[in-house]
Structure formats: structure tokens, C-alpha cells
Ligand binder design. Structure first.
Ligand SMILES: Cc1cc2nc3c(=O)[nH]c(=O)nc-3n(C[C@H](O)[C@H](O)[C@H](O)COP(=O)(O)O)c2cc1C
Length: 369
């Protein structure tokens, strides 16, 4: 049992979910700003090991374990997060204009299922504020991804121009970018998971991508297998990679997760997307299907229910070149990325990381788009 699970988690879990997140974020932001604190965090949590280094899209990652989008929506924590041992950090989802997101409560713990349910609705300070923050950051310890979405009141017809404007504002400051069309909490967003619509978005974004930064597409786990396959084939030709998966709205997974804590009838548990352990099998399956569809042409980032080195190894073996975590960080605490890296390093001895994924040869030459 770690200090986090023995002492800190019980205190944080006394707070409502979002206040606990804010408390943890405030502590990390403070640590990121204090001279010497990052070194202390690194010594306490991170696990550096040359066998975990990997190069994807021509970018060097000290390890393949990243923080998924949604934890650091406004890029306030990019100073401290790498010191916990993350190999990369994806900030956002950021929208072109600032917006408050959905009313609270909008984040719920389901501890019995090791899951979270959220309907945050892209609460964020907007592209301009994020650009200013990332600009002031200076040298980065790890690659930073920027995940872009649509404002709640946006007309989906304007999606290509809106994604492109947000990208244009931020293109200098991210190492890779994500077109997020898979959050279940912005009405109509998932309808953009369509070949023609995505083609218009990616074409508009590429008009501002003179530096050929890698641009990925993040997809939902709830797509029908045929639709997923077609979108992955499309992404292999028109994007630099895919991220699988966002949260799920699968009613069976949701029912089972709510049932585990006897919460099925409570109104605040209605709606939103489910993440964490119940998503693990589905996410793995989607990554395997994506691997078959993209056939090594672009890298896949695997995310969903990863909570230890075994899960991460399985995701890498399924075809992911990189993995991400979010929900397990809430349950396991700041030692999680280091623990996953330590476990992965033990498994790589002599053999290296699973190489079933591709490292993005097209993107390494300057970005597929
Ligand atoms: C509270 C919360 C907020 C999230 N916000 C975003 C977001 O803004 N953009 C996004 O692409 N994914 C978002 N996600 C989804 C995660 O990035 C990830 O895809 C998903 O949670 C599955 O990973 P996990 O099981 O490790 O949490 C969010 C997840 C949670 C739990």
C-alpha cells in the first residue's frame, strides 16, 4: 500500500470528485512552480530506463506511458507532470473559445468498479489562453500533445474552420495534435466520426500545418466494427495516427459499473462517458482491430482502463506504440506512471518494448499531414 492509497486518497475521496481534482491539480501546479520541487518529485516517483525510450513521429519519448487528455485541460500542470514519470502529456481538450462546461456535478467516482463517469463538456479557458501558457513554458522534458475539440454552441458545419483556427493558434506550441471527435459530452461531436466530415476537418487543419506536426484522430470505443475499420483505414491515409479510445456510453458496461456500487437509480449518475477498468477489454479490442486496419502505416495510441504494467504491456502488444492513462491515476495516485514504467522495464529486459506497433515512418519524415 502506498502513501497515496493509505493516507492521501482517503482524504481526497472525502471531497467531491471535482474538488479533489482541483486540490490535486493545485498541489501539482505549486510543485511545478517551486525551484527544486520537480527534482524531488522525479526522485520520489519517476522511473527512468533507457530500454523504455521510443521514437514515434520522429519525436523522442523517454517512455511510452502518457497522461490522457482531460486531466490537464488548460496546460497548467505541464511543469510537474513529466516529473511524476510520464513519457508524454496530452493537454486539452481545448476549444477555440473559452467555455464553462456542463453544470456540476459532472464527474462521479465509481470506486467499486475502479471507474469514473464524466460529463464535463470541455470546460476550458480556450485556445488563446493555452497558447500563452505553452509559450511561456520554455524547454519541455517530454513531448506535449494538444487535443482540440469544438465549442458547445458551434455549428458542426463550421467544424473544419473551427478546428483549423484552434490548431493555427496552437500549432507552434504542441509536439503533436489530436482532432477529438469522440467526446460523448458535446452534442453532435461524435457525428464527426465520418469519413467525409473528417476529411474536411483534416484538410482545413493541414492548410495551417506548414511545420508538418503530427495530427491524430481520437475515436470512440462505441463505433460499430465496420465503421471503426473504415475510419482507421482513412486515418492511415489522411492523419498521422489514431488514439483509441475515448470514454464509452455502452449501456451494458455502464449498468454493470453502476450496479457494482448500487448507484443505478441515482440521478447524478445518468449520462456521461465511462472510463477506467470496465473499458479495458473494449479498448484493447479496438486497438487490435485498428492494428489490422492500419497495417503498420501509422502509429496507434492505446488508452482505456490501463492501471498497471501488465495492462500497459498488453496494450503495447495489441498494437499500440504509446499508451495513456487517466482514471487509474485517481485511484492509484502519483506513483502510477513510475510503477508502470518499472514493471515495463522488468518485462523488456533483453527484448525491448513490444514492436507490434509502428513508429510512424511517414510522420517521422515530417508528418503525414
Ligand atoms: C474526467 C475526465 C475528463 C476527460 N476529458 C477528456 C477530454 O477533454 N478530451 C478527451 O479527448 N478525452 C477526455 N477524457 C477521456 C480520457 O482521455 C481517456 O480517453 C479515457 O478516460 C479512457 O482512459 P482511462 O480509462 O485511463 O481513463 C476524459 C476522461 C475523464 C475521466
Amino acid at each position: 500500500m502506498s502513501l497515496y492509497t493509505a493516507l492521501i486518497r482517503p482524504l481526497l475521496f472525502r471531497l467531491d470528485e471535482e474538488s479533489a481534482h482541483e486540490a490535486a491539480a493545485a498541489a501539482l501546479a505549486l510543485a511545478g512552480s517551486l525551484p527544486g520541487a520537480q527534482g524531488l518529485l522525479r526522485a520520489a516517483f519517476a522511473h527512468a530506463d533507457p530500454s523504455l525510450e521510443t521514437t514515434v513521429w520522429g519525436l523522442r519519448f523517454p517512455n511510452p506511458v502518457g497522461l490522457a487528455a482531460g486531466f490537464d485541460k488548460d496546460a497548467r500542470l505541464v511543469g510537474a507532470l513529466p516529473a511524476l514519470g510520464f513519457g508524454f502529456v496530452e493537454v486539452g481538450t481545448v476549444t477555440l473559445e473559452p467555455q464553462p462546461g456542463n453544470p456540476r456535478p459532472r464527474l462521479m467516482r465509481l470506486p467499486e468498479a475502479r471507474a469514473l463517469l464524466n460529463r464535463m463538456g470541455f470546460n476550458n479557458a480556450g485556445a488563446e489562453a493555452m497558447a500563452a501558457r505553452l509559450k511561456g513554458l520554455g524547454a519541455r522534458a517530454v513531448p506535449i500533445g494538444v487535443n482540440i475539440g469544438l465549442n458547445k454552441d458551434a455549428d458542426p458545419e463550421d467544424a473544419p474552420a473551427l478546428y483549423a483556427k484552434a490548431f493555427a493558434r496552437l500549432s507552434l506550441f504542441g509536439d503533436y495534435f489530436v482532432v477529438n471527435v469522440s467526446s460523448p459530452n458535446t452534442q453532435g461531436l461524435r457525428l464527426l466520426q465520418d469519413r467525409l466530415k473528417l476529411e474536411r476537418i483534416l484538410t482545413a487543419v493541414s492548410g495551417y500545418n506548414g511545420d508538418k506536426k503530427p495530427v491524430l484522430v481520437k475515436l470512440a470505443p462505441d463505433l460499430e466494427p465496420e465503421a471503426l475499420e473504415k475510419l482507421c483505414v482513412f486515418a492511415a491515409e489522411h492523419a498521422s495516427g489514431v488514439i483509441l479510445t475515448n470514454t464509452t456510453v455502452d449501456p451494458h458496461l455502464r449498468e454493470a459499473a453502476l450496479e457494482a456500487g448500487g448507484r443505478r437509480r441515482e440521478p447524478r449518475f445518468q449520462g456521461g462517458g465511462l472510463s477506467g477498468a470496465p473499458l479495458r477489454e473494449t479498448a484493447l479490442e479496438r486497438v487490435r482491430a485498428a492494428r489490422a486496419a492500419v497495417a503498420g502505416r501509422v502509429p496507434i495510441v492505446g488508452v482505456g482502463g490501463i492501471s498497471d504494467a501488465e495492462d500497459a504491456w498488453e496494450m503495447l502488444s495489441a498494437g499500440a506504440s504509446l499508451v495513456q492513462v487517466y482514471t487509474a491515476l485517481v485511484y492509484e495516485g502519483p506513483g502510477l506512471p513510475g510503477a508502470i514504467c518499472r514493471g515495463l522495464a522488468r518485462r523488456t529486459v533483453g527484448a525491448g518494448l513490444p514492436r507490434s506497433g509502428t513508429q510512424g515512418p511517414r510522420a517521422a519524415a515530417g508528418g503525414a499531414r
